[in-house]
Structures are given as structure tokens and as C-alpha cells.
Ligand binder design. Structure first.
Ligand code: ATP
Ligand code: MG
Length: 759
């Protein structure tokens, strides 16, 4: 058997990792060293060389996007043999598991996912119902408490209150929240994981089935698993399953969300006979970028310690641009992108990374003006947009009348005459009787409402029932279109002729697109004999499976054919919120937070707003102990770049409505000067008066004098004709100059070859 296609494109250490014996493995390695590649090739090794069915393999990734990319790579490596593979994020896999075993998990069959925005609403209402003062019990804090406890695997009854009245109250709210979710058939993100974990612990026969099934479990980005995820893995692996985890302690950036980098250290203690493999060669970045990253991260004290090297070229120095203000910064980035594309680069090779989402707006504005197509990845997420959530709330009510969060959003939107007072009455009834809003509304219609309110509420209930009835014979797309028009949302948005209103309608059209592209996967037909035999045995043991077919086809792998398409679509919408579709990923500049960039790579990377107070964030500086995580985030950012890294900071920045004069980030100073080229002024924002020229600009101008050119100089080039110098950077043979030519527009030229004549 020729397996060179599995091993050829790997180095020795990577090969060793791919071919480890039937034992646990921990691949600990720095950024860009091929961890994800090794994981993919390991799956190929298991199916091709060991002869394992993909049905017996689970691969866990960090985002849906990473999962889709990985599936593509596996399919192209092993084709049909990848059928039956279970792959997804922790949340996605937990969701599929709970759908399949809703009875054992004590969930209603049509349970819905509560995303964090809806969770916030539920908590807010709950606090109001409990008559707790928002100032004293901020909903954010409550939300963080509940999620934090769940991530540690604790239910209210597990929490030690001691003599702490604060914790006591929090636990009381947590309990009330749990009851509320139960009544409404809602499951939040942390609950997905906790339920899936409890499913193992409380249902030995279910656990035994999956323990027998998953002989190999592979986990990417292991450094960012939290306690609960790790516990879930440990239980699943049980006695015989083999874990293959890859990670990098220097890239642990989700500590604030409960991730435990210690899990890496713990792994060796928790499992016997772990094969450790370290990968040290980096294939992604130039030597310059790599050395800068190494130097920066060496400032962290709590590290497992490793160095990356590359036999690639040194590449261009890291460019650091000191901008006049945030507008100048954004314009500089746009000019550099144009320049990149002018030299044959593609837009989708470019990423602009920032610390906080709010930074994207100015950048977006500049890109729009410069007519550079871009996408915000993980910013204002499609499924988070108000109008999309409006439509989804109706759909959710169709799927589950007891979904209180959906009821709250839909009942009077668009306005249909159900007033605050009426709604409060329904809420109170629901609380008193421990029933859902829907049921309470039904009761209220029967007795206890004024005539007007009664008509309004009854017609809302009728509307939903009547949409549901005609939806029975419709495909998903028609259902959605029906909801949009019959709910009155369409007419409501039509009325708004502003730019924003039009944007809403476009988004709704986009939702219809998304629905039409949504396919419920068919169960796989061709499976090897191994699992049929296994499932045949299990058929007898487990009466609670909905259908024995499910075991044969291993529906955990893909969307479940037996759940209704609407529920599946809603689940996907909740799970994928914030992650772009692959097709939308093409040929536009990518804007995203540094967190969202994990695992990705781009030829040209910008890190913007690298200033004290912004990055590292003020909070991380004030609170102490958080700085190292910020530095790891900087390390993640730097190591996304393949060829060129450009870092920018501004001398002035408007943020939250006021003006700041930030200092350049300590992270910039931690990059050794030998890898850096400082640029201090582009032609994009030039002070018009002497007085507005601040000292940094004067310094920059002075620095540029070394090249012999000044901003604003007229020059002549043999091919491009006459133009004006916009900016100069570097010195000596690296020096290049940006000229706005009268005929052909802006170009960057290397001074040594440009043969410019001064005019
Ligand atoms: P990160 O820590 O950022 O997730 P990683 O360790 O997962 O990085 P990969 O994304 O797997 O690294 O690999 C980085 C890049 O190097 C990819 O483009 C990959 O295809 C390439 N690469 C990895 N190993 C090799 C190799 N042996 N030969 C050539 N290219 C390789
Ligand atoms: Mg990776």
C-alpha cells in the first residue's frame, strides 16, 4: 500500500506524531508548526494504515469554520473513507448528542438553543420578576456567574454558599434561571456541555455505546478547552479510547472564558502512557516574523518553553506605522492594501486584526471609501442582527410554543396592541403557575383580560397557530417567507425607507438565501460492517433510540434527518452565529478580532490599534495576572502572518466619545529593533497648518529627510511620469517611497531602483 500521500509532506517530527502507536498523544508545538496538518494526516493514517472506520473517530475543532476547513482537507486526502467521521466543535457535537438522546438527557424533543443575547434577556426579566435591583445585581454579572458555574460542572445544589449571602442570592437566581429554561425548553451554550457531560454520567449504557464507538478522539487547540470540556473528553475516552490532542500553551487566549491551559500539563498526569511530540519547525511565517514572535513571547514567565525556527527566507521587516489618529491609521491600512493588490496580491490574502470589535467601524468606513471589499468576521454577526432575530423568534415559536424568549420578542413586534400591562399580567401568571408565557397567554385569553387586550393576545396566538398549520405542508424556505409576510415584519420594515431600513430588508433577503441553501443531510448509506454489527447489538440494549437506523448510519456525524428541518436550521443559526460561510470568505479583506483569528493564516496581516490601554487592554493592565494572556494574544496575532506583518498605532484616538492620547504598546517595544521598520507618516492625513503638526510628525519628517525626499516633493519617473511624494519608509537599500503619480495614481517604489528625478 502506497501511503506516501499521507507522509510525504511532513517532516520527521510530524511523521512521528501522525504514526504514533495505539496510545494517547500530546502534540505540543508553537504556531504554524503544522499541528492542524498533523491532526488531519493522523485521521488519514488511522483509516488508511490502521484500517479503522471513520465511524470510530471523533475530531473536535474550535470553530465551525475550522471544522469545515478540516473536513475539506480530510475529504481530499481520503475521500469516501471519511464518511461517518464525527467532526465539529464541542458545542456542535454536544448538541447533536443531546438531540439524539433527548430523553436520557431529560430534555423536551424540540428543545431550542438559547444564545447569549437571549440568555441576557431571560436573566434580565428574571431579575425583574424577583424584584432585584439591577444596580445591585447587574445582569452581566449574573450571566457570568451562571455560565462560570456551569463551565465548572456545578449545578446550584453543588455550590458551597457558606456564610456568604451574595453567593446565596446568586445561587437562588441560578436556580430560578434553570427552572425558567426548563419550562421553556431552552438550553444555553454552557448547558449544552454540562448536559452532555451529565448524559455520560447518568446513563452508563449510552456512555458505553459511545466509548466503544470512539476509539480515537482528536482535539485541535487543546490549550483552550475548559474544565467541563476536558472532563467530557476524559469520560468519553474512558478506559480504551485514545486521545490525540494538539495545542500550544503560548496560544491560550480564552482564560477569561474558563479555558484552562493547565489541562495541557494535566494531560500527562491524567493519562498513562502518553506519547509527547514537539514540533519546532514553522512553515508559515518568514524568519523575521517568527523571531519577532519568539522575542515577544519570551517576556512571559509561565511558559512550557519552546522555540520556533524556520528555514524559510528572512522576508521583509515588520512595518510599524505611527499614525496621526485613527483615521490616518485606517487610511494607511487601505493604501497598503491597494499597494498589495497592485503588486498582484489578492484581497482575501489580507487580514486586519484588532483587539476589540468596536475598532472595526472606522476601518470599515475607510475601506468603503477606498472601495475595497471587506468582510467583518465575527463582528456584528448575521444571526445577531435585530431583524434576523425577529424573524427567528417567530420560527422558534413555530418549533416550540413554550420558548419564552421567542415569545417575548415576537408578541408585540411588529406592534399589535399588546401593551406593557397586558404582558406583565401574562408574565406574572406564567410565574405563579410555573407555566410558559404561551400557556399563560392562552389562560389569560380565557379569563382575566380586558376586551381589547383579549382580542390582541388572541389574534397573536391565532396567528402563530395558523402559520404553523399551513407550515406543515411547506418546505423550510416557504415557511420562512410565510413568517416574514404574515407576521407583519415585512410591512414593518418596508415602512422604514432609511439606509438602515433598507439594510434590514437586505438582511432578511439574506436569511431567505441562507434557508434555501440549508440542506438536511441524508444519512450515509455505505458504511463498513464494523458498526452495523455493533449497532445491531446495541439495538437490543437501547430501546430509547428513536430508530435503530440512527445507529447504523451514525447520524451523530451529520445533521439528523429525523429532527425537523426547522429545528435543525434554528440550531445551526444559533451555533454558527458569528462564523461566515465559506463562499463569503472569498476575495475580500478579512476584518476580525485577534481572538477570532486563531488557527488562521494570511500572507499580509495588519494589527491595528496596538496601544497601551487598548492592547494590552486597560483592564488586563489594572487587574494584574491578565497581562500574559494579552501577550499570548499578541503572539497569536503576529504568528498569523506569512509574508508581511504591519503593526499600527495612533497618537490620538477617539473612543467612546472622547479623545485619547495613547502610547505605543509595550508589545511593540518587545519586538527587537533589528526586525522592525518604523514608518511615521503617510500622505493620507497631512496637517494643514503648522500648529496642528504635532511633534511626532515633525520627528517623522526629520527622519524622512535622511532619504533625501520630503513629503510633498515633486518627482519624475521614466515610466509613470510626474507625481508627488506621499510617504517614505525605511532607509538604505530597503527604503521605499510612495508616490501619487498624476497619471497612474499611487505606487510604492523601491528607492534604489526607481531612478527618480527631483522636480
Ligand atoms: P496554529 O498554531 O496557528 O494553529 P498549526 O500548528 O496548526 O498553527 P498548521 O496550520 O497546521 O499549523 O500549519 C501552518 C502552515 O504550514 C500551513 O499552511 C501548513 O499547510 C504548512 N505546513 C505544515 N507542515 C508542513 C510541511 N511539513 N511542509 C510544508 N508545509 C507545511
Ligand atoms: Mg492549527
Amino acid at each position: 500500500m502506497d501511503i506516501s500521500y499521507i507522509l510525504n509532506d511532513l517532516n520527521d517530527a510530524q511523521r512521528q506524531a501522525v504514526a504514533v502507536d495505539d496510545q494517547h498523544a500530546l502534540i505540543l508545538a508553537g504556531a504554524g508548526s503544522g499541528k492542524t496538518r498533523v491532526l488531519v494526516h493522523r485521521i488519514a493514517w488511522l483509516t488508511e494504515v490502521i484500517g479503522l472506520s471513520a465511524y470510530n473517530i471523533m475530531a473536535v475543532t474550535f470553530t465551525n469554520k475550522a471544522s469545515n476547513e478540516m473536513r475539506g482537507r480530510i475529504d481530499s486526502l481520503i475521500g469516501q473513507k471519511a464518511l461517518g467521521l464525527t467532526m465539529g466543535t464541542f458545542h456542535g457535537i454536544a448538541y447533536r448528542l443531546l438531540r439524539q438522546h433527548y430523553q436520557e438527557a431529560k430534555l423536551p424533543q424540540n428543545f431550542q438553543i438559547l444564545d447569549s443575547d437571549d440568555q441576557k434577556r431571560v436573566i434580565k426579566r428574571l431579575l425583574k420578576g424577583m424584584e432585584l435591583d439591577e444596580a445591585q445585581w447587574p445582569h452581566r454579572q449574573v450571566q457570568a456567574f451562571i455560565n462560570g458555574e456551569k463551565e465548572e460542572g456545578r449545578r446550584p445544589q453543588h455550590i458551597d454558599i457558606g456564610h456568604n449571602p451574595f453567593v446565596g442570592k446568586m445561587v437562588q437566581i441560578y436556580s430560578a434561571y434553570e427552572e425558567q429554561c426548563k419550562r421553556s425548553g431552552l438550553v444555553d451554550f454552557a448547558e449544552l456541555l454540562l448536559r452532555a457531560h451529565e448524559l455520560w454520567l447518568k446513563n452508563p449504557q449510552v456512555l458505553a455505546h459511545y466509548q466503544a464507538r470512539y476509539k480515537h478522539i482528536l482535539v485541535d487547540e487543546f490549550q483552550d478547552t475548559n474544565s467541563l470540556q476536558y472532563a467530557w473528553l476524559r469520560v468519553l475516552a474512558g478506559g480504551s479510547g485514545k486521545l490525540f490532542v494538539v495545542g500550544d500553551d503560548d496560544q491560550s487566549i480564552y482564560g477569561w472564558r474558563g479555558a484552562k491551559v493547565e489541562n495541557i500539563r494535566q494531560f500527562g498526569d491524567d493519562f498513562a502512557n502518553v506519547q509527547m511530540v514537539c514540533l519546532e519547525q514553522n512553515y508559515r511565517s518568514t524568519n523575521t516574523i517568527l523571531k519577532a514572535a519568539n522575542a515577544l513571547i519570551s517576556n512571559n514567565t509561565s511558559r512550557m518553553g519552546k522555540q520556533l525556527w524556520s528555514d524559510g527566507e528572512d522576508g521583509a521587516p515588520i512595518r510599524i506605522y505611527e499614525a496621526f489618529n485613527e483615521m490616518d491609521e485606517a487610511n494607511y491600512v487601505c493604501n497598503q492594501i491597494k499597494n498589495w493588490c497592485g503588486q498582484g496580491g489578492a484581497r482575501n490574502e489580507v487580514a486586519v486584526l484588532y483587539r476589540s470589535n468596536a475598532q472595526s467601524r472606522i476601518m470599515e468606513q475607510a475601506l468603503l471609501q477606498a472601495q475595497i471589499p471587506y468582510r467583518v468576521y465575527g463582528g456584528l454577526r448575521f444571526y445577531d442582527r435585530a431583524e434576523i432575530k425577529d424573524v427567528l423568534s417567530y420560527l422558534r415559536l413555530l418549533a416550540n410554543r413554550d420558548d419564552d424568549a421567542a415569545f417575548e420578542r415576537a408578541y408585540n413586534h411588529p406592534p399589535r396592541g399588546i401593551g406593557q400591562k397586558t404582558a406583565d399580567g401574562i408574565r406574572m401568571l406564567a410565574r405563579e403557575q410555573q407555566i410558559s408565557m404561551w400557556q399563560a397567554a392562552q389562560q389569560a385569553v380565557e379569563h382575566g383580560l380586558t376586551a381589547r387586550a383579549k382580542t390582541a393576545v388572541a389574534s397573536f396566538l391565532d396567528l402563530i397557530e395558523s402559520i404553523a398549520e399551513s407550515a406543515q405542508n411547506q418546505d423550510l424556505q416557504d415557511q420562512v417567507m410565510q413568517v416574514i409576510s404574515r407576521s407583519g415584519l415585512q410591512a414593518h420594515f418596508d415602512k422604514d425607507t432609511s439606509e438602515q431600513g433598507q439594510g434590514r430588508l437586505e438582511n432578511i433577503d439574506e436569511l431567505i438565501n441562507a434557508v434555501s441553501q440549508f440542506k438536511v443531510a441524508k444519512p450515509q448509506e455505505s458504511m463498513s460492517g464494523v458498526e452495523s454489527e455493533e449497532s445491531a447489538n446495541l439495538e437490543n440494549q437501547q430501546a430509547s433510540f428513536e430508530s435503530p437506523e440512527q445507529l447504523k448510519d451514525g447520524t451523530l456525524n451529520e445533521v439528523n434527518e429525523f429532527a425537523d428541518p426547522l429545528s435543525e436550521f434554528l440550531a445551526q443559526a444559533a451555533l454558527e452565529a458569528g462564523e461566515q460561510q465559506a463562499s463569503e470568505w472569498e476575495s475580500s479583506v478579512q476584518l476580525m478580532t485577534l481572538h477570532a483569528a486563531k488557527g488562521l493564516e494570511f500572507p499580509l496581516v495588519f494589527m491595528i490599534g496596538v496601544e497601551e490601554g487598548l492592547f494590552p487592554s486597560q483592564r488586563s493592565v489594572d487587574e494584574g495576572g491578565k497581562l500574559e494572556e494579552e501577550r499570548r494574544l499578541a503572539y497569536v496575532g503576529i504568528t498569523r502572518a506569512e509574508k508581511q506583518l504591519i503593526i499600527t498605532f495612533a497618537n490620538r484616538r477617539r473612543m467612546h466619545g472622547s479623545e485619547f492620547y495613547p502610547m505605543q504598546s509595550r508589545f511593540i517595544k518587545e519586538i527587537p529593533a533589528e526586525y522592525v521598520d518604523f514608518v511615521r507618516l503617510s500622505g493620507s492625513v497631512r496637517p494643514t497648518t503648522e500648529s496642528s503638526m504635532d511633534s511626532s510628525i515633525q520627528k517623522a519628517l526629520a527622519a524622512q529627510n535622511q532619504t533625501g525626499y520630503q513629503i510633498g516633493d515633486r518627482v519624475f519617473h521614466a515610466k509613470f511620469g510626474e507625481g508627488m511624494v506621499l510617504s517614505v519608509q525605511g532607509s538604505g537599500e530597503h527604503a521605499s517611497v510612495n508616490i501619487n503619480f498624476d497619471e497612474v495614481g499611487s505606487k510604492w517604489l523601491v528607492m534604489a531602483y526607481a531612478k527618480l528625478e527631483q522636480r
